[in-house]
Design a binder for this molecule. Sequence first.
Ligand code: PMP
Length: 390
Amino acid sequence: MKTKKSYLSRTVSEIKPSGIRRFFDLASGMEGVISLGVGEPDFITPWSVREAAILSLEEGYTSYTANAGLLELRQEIASYLSKAFKLHYSPESEIIVTVGASQAIDIALRSVVDQGDEVIVVEPCFVSYSPLVSLAGGTPVPVQAPKERGFKITSDILEEAVTDRTKAIMICSPNNPTGTLLEKEDLQAIAEIAERYDLLVISDEIYAELSYDSGYTSMAAIDGMRERTILISGFSKGFAMTGWRLGYVCAPKEISGAMLKIHQYAMMCAPTMAQHAALEALKNGANEVEEMRKSYRRRRNYMVSSFNELGLSCHSPGGAFYVFPSIESTGLSSEQFAEKLLLEEKVAVVPGNVFGESGEGFIRCSYATSIEQLQEAVRRIGSFLEKIKS
Ligand code: PMP
């Protein structure tokens, strides 16, 4: 018999599995682990939102919606974006409801990237960006946001990475894994490069609702940037709706039209009952979102001061639900630190290097878990540090 050929595409074969997986696999076989590893809210979706989905089913809304999503939901998204972030998008032609922000990123990239185009990916960042650039036929070009600047990228670093093939820059604020929030002047520095070299910015703003110290500025609200920004957002984080798989993407009409082509052939539409739930979340969910935000903010403050007291230097991130303390003083690599901490003290964190080169020397700790669990995790990390010192 002939040996079997590989049926897999070269692109898929070359994509490496996420470095986070290994830690989840290690932790899943152990008992009594406190996980600071997961990137999702510990809150259950607000009841009125769940009820809206139940009602949607009771009333028999079990068929497809319009490809771009329920018009009523798109109208509500448009008015929410206008009130909350001073953004103006047409519900008819510039907003598409997607299956999570994940699908929004995928169709954004596939609609603008040609074979061999380069996309600058600002790291440390969410692990999906580079693989999705490759799947779209492009070449990811990672650049490192410097730790000395609290992981804010500079225009000089971006400019050095620009070539004739560069199509877009991918950014995320508030950031996963660092929690860094880009202020208006940080966004302006990126915008300047985008304008000078005629590039798009794909701006992942999924954590926008979870900003703690100042108001939130969207890349699309920066002067001149609306026309060259693809805005990614959704309901998973701020509204505690990860399992509903609902996000949205906004872009000028031409790009939205292209994204809709991919979306209608590949996905048809986002789940109908989840769209009804999201409508309720936008209409009446503001108080609950605010309560969750306040709770995360308290936990962020606790984690930042605890890590600094333990001697692990930790800046106070402006958003999301992650802290990113430095473990450089321990002399361990971030992989060694995370693995030893898990095996010896049963606390799961994610080594910073899985999010990009500049994440080495750091660990990502999600504080989307109860304060009691966080306190116990801090106690265990303290005893781990004592042990490795002696
Ligand atoms: N972007 C970032 C930065 C994320 O952290 C995540 C989820 N971890 C996503 C996108 C994907 O979100 P969704 O659940 O809406 O697909």
